[in-house]
Design a protein around this ligand. Structure first.
Ligand code: BGC
Length: 393
């Protein structure tokens, strides 16, 4: 496949830095490159962008849905593996993807019966998940082609994704201008910065839907991963996964991940909530320690705090998640059932990947007591999530 170097200017930056340094060897910088990745059913050209830092950590993402198709991360011996689930071709992403690696919007997670009332008017959205609306609808932000601008800053390479969602798209009010920035740092962090503005009041809840297997994509189930969640409480759900409105303590339940616990330790217990989710598929209320996070739609001014830590003992890989968001959907891949074939023909069996979606709580447009998700004209939606990778001996 022909490689189109987007980053001539990046190389120039590197060489001018070297000149400024009086002839010292050029400082290695993160690189960005672009290659074609097919054409959508609607005839739009899709590209895959590769970000690589100088430690060899590499992210590949599409302008289609902002989908992260691969993420190469070192294990405790410095060996790299791809730790996210996904497909080899655009055609597969378009045909049947449970949101592998994608940006989710306008509203991550569920809105009960696809209905909400805002400023006295009732809006009807698609019901694409049983009786409910899920992840922005039939054609959410995961299925649109975004404008992408690569960038290179000192010690960071990244991609800026822009999409303007027209008034009425998927039933949502107002024209929403969304910007999502992926940054890969020299500290082996992948940072997501979300921004949005609107010309009419609308719910907004943007997130990222990568599925992880820190042992490596295709290396079995994720039940042995040790999860720690910085959450004393969670939001129990009904049988269609809509929160009941209760905010419940995790104490004495299989939802207590306050100390490192294997995902599989309690997942099949006879527990009503686990039955509803067919495992973990729940929103955890993150402990914010008085650092905000329950402000406006974007948690404006909220501090980035620790949400989760996941450790895969076999490889030693650790992923820490930090976020400004008040909630985290921990989904243990319960709906993967062996019918999808992923990269290199791998069969995605039950619980072969997990997702940790930083977010405001599900069904917030219908829950007055949950942190608000309505963005109004003149306000700016802002949210930040950091995935930090390291190893533990
Ligand atoms: C939801 C799951 C759903 C998955 C893929 C998760 O965010 O909570 O119920 O199956 O996304 O659609």
């Amino acid at each position: 496949m022909q490689r189109m170097k987007l980053s001539g200017w990046i190389a120039m930056l590197a060489s001018s830095a070297a000149c400024a340094g009086g002839g010292r060897a050029p400082r290695p910088t993160a690189s960005v490159r672009r290659e074609p990745f097919g054409t959508t059913d609607r005839g739009e050209a899709v590209s895959v962008y590769t970000l690589k830092n100088t430690h060899g950590m590499e992210v590949r993402a599409l302008n289609y849905g902002g989908i992260i198709v691969s993420l190469e991360v070192p294990d405790r011996h410095g060996r790299f593996d791809d730790v996210v689930l996904g497909y080899d071709s655009l055609e597969q992403y378009q045909r049947a993807s449970p949101y592998f690696g994608a940006i989710i919007g306008r509203y991550g997670n569920r809105i009960a019966r696809g209905r909400f009332t805002l400023d006295g008017r009732t809006y009807t959205l698609a019901t694409n998940n049983g009786p409910n609306h899920l992840h922005g609808g039939v054609k959410g932000f995961d299925k649109v082609v975004w404008d992408v601008a690569p960038f290179e800053r000192r010690d960071t390479g990244g991609l800026v994704f822009r999409y303007t969602s027209p008034d009425g798209e998927e039933g949502y009010p107002g024209t929403l201008r969304a910007t999502v920035t992926y940054s890969l740092t020299e500290g082996n962090e992948l940072i997501f910065d979300y921004q949005a503005s609107t010309d009419r009041a609308t719910p907004v809840n943007l997130t990222q839907h990568s599925y992880f297997n820190l042992a490596g994509d295709g290396r079995g189930d994720i039940l042995g991963h040790l999860v720690t969640l910085n959450a004393d409480r969670f939001t129990p759900v009904d049988s269609t996964l809509i929160p009941t409105g209760e905010i419940k303590s995790v104490g004495g339940t299989p939802f207590d991940f306050r100390t490192p616990t294997p995902i599989g330790a309690r997942i099949d217990q006879d527990d009503e909530q686990l039955r509803h989710g067919r495992g973990y598929d729940h929103n955890f209320v993150l402990n914010k320690g008085g650092k905000g996070g329950t402000g406006g739609a974007g948690g404006e001014g909220a501090a980035v705090t620790l949400a989760a830590r996941v450790h895969e003992p076999g490889s030693g890989r650790v992923m820490e998640i930090h976020t400004t968001e008040p909630g985290l959907q921990f989904y243990s891949g319960n709906f993967l059932d062996g019918t999808l074939r992923g990269k290199k023909g791998v069969v995605y069996r039950h619980r072969s990947g997990f997702a940790m979606e930083t977010q405001h709580f599900p069904d917030s447009p219908n829950k007055a007591d949950f942190p608000p998700v309505i963005l109004r004209p003149g306000e700016e939606y802002r949210s930040r999530t950091i995935y930090r990778f390291s190893v533990q001996p």
